[in-house]
Design a protein around this ligand. Structure first.
Ligand SMILES: CC(C)(COP(=O)(O)OP(=O)(O)OC[C@H]1O[C@@H](n2cnc3c(N)ncnc32)[C@H](O)[C@@H]1OP(=O)(O)O)[C@@H](O)C(=O)NCCC(=O)NCCS
Length: 263
């Protein structure tokens, strides 16, 4: 039967996703954030497929977004995914701004792409994740937002980049910024979404001040923070700025992701 998930399900859910996750990141490590963490679009709804106490699959939606859907590999092609999907009203697959495991379906995950195609979803957008080893990066520093500067930095983010990035940056474990003539000119956040997996971003420099090296400085300072937290590698998610990241820190494309949507 399909029923709402509770936090008591987390240990068993972790076992299910170990057998169900085909995305290239450890869903189990961020399971609580994905199943129960608020999103920009409100509280999520998590449901499980419960087979007499044994969990076989899970779906999490937030607003119009399907944040997570996963079925135990041993129980696929039996209609469980279909029932999970039918119980939800999400019509955009993954790529939920500010709370996503992956920015769309990993293109290598052909089964999931086919499932959604069968359900009438079509591909609408493509984007990339990049990876960068943190072992040997050039040194860089930038001021860290503290109690005094944080409100100004967050205000800057909202004004220049909108409310979703503001929301995401609010959760960041690391938030650095740069100033130009006494005003905040740019920022970089890390360990905001997918906390525990070493994810970078969001980041941005004021339009009029681009091309002066601020972006690179912020990136390197933020990656240094991730390294200091103990990460050996950072993920630079949901980006098309491939050349910028290649040049600035030696990051390489790790995968392409497709957003599928029901018209
Ligand atoms: C996508 C997914 C949820 C589908 O679950 P499922 O229970 O197997 O889906 P269903 O049995 O309801 O499939 C319905 C139809 O979709 C299509 N389909 C599903 N999987 C398919 C595949 N691998 N190849 C081709 N078609 C497929 C088929 O048409 C199927 O009908 P059929 O079995 O009669 O041919 C499952 O493949 C999955 O868990 N993928 C991994 C997702 C993941 O990594 N999640 C973690 C990140 S959020």
């Amino acid at each position: 039967v399909l029923r709402p998930a509770t936090r008591d399900d987390l240990p068993r859910l972790r076992e299910v996703v170990a057998r169900a996750n085909d995305a290239p990141y450890d869903l189990g490590a961020v399971l609580e954030e994905k199943c129960f963490g608020r999103g920009y679009f409100g509280e999520p709804r998590a449901r499980v497929w419960d087979d007499g106490g044994a969990l076989r699959g899970v779906i999490v939606t937030c607003g119009r977004f399907i944040r997570v859907i996963a079925v135990d590999r041993a129980f696929r092609r039996r209609g469980i995914g279909s029932e999970l999907l039918a119980s939800a009203n999400g019509n955009i697959v993954f790529a939920e701004p500010a709370n996503y495991l992956t920015p769309g379906i990993a293109e290598a995950d052909i089964g999931t792409v086919r499932f959604f195609r069968k359900k009438g979803f079509i591909a609408t957008r493509w984007t990339y994740n990049m990876h960068v080893p943190l072992g040997a990066l050039p040194p860089a520093s930038a001021p860290r937002a503290d109690d005094a500067s944080r409100p100004r930095v967050l205000q800057f983010i909202e004004r220049e980049f909108g409310r979703i990035w503001h929301y995401e940056a609010t959760h960041a474990r690391s938030l650095v910024y740069v100033e130009h003539e006494g005003e905040v000119a740019g920022f970089a956040a890390a360990e905001a979404n997918n906390r525990g997996l070493g994810w970078f971003g969001p980041t941005g420099v004021a339009r009029a001040l681009r091309g002066r090296g601020f972006g690179r400085q912020l990136l390197l300072a933020s990656l240094a923070d991730l390294r200091a937290m103990g990460f050996a590698r950072a993920v630079i998610p949901w980006t098309d700025a491939l050349d910028f990241y290649r040049k600035s820190c030696g990051a390489e494309v790790a995968g392409r992701f497709v957003t599928m949507q029901l018209e």
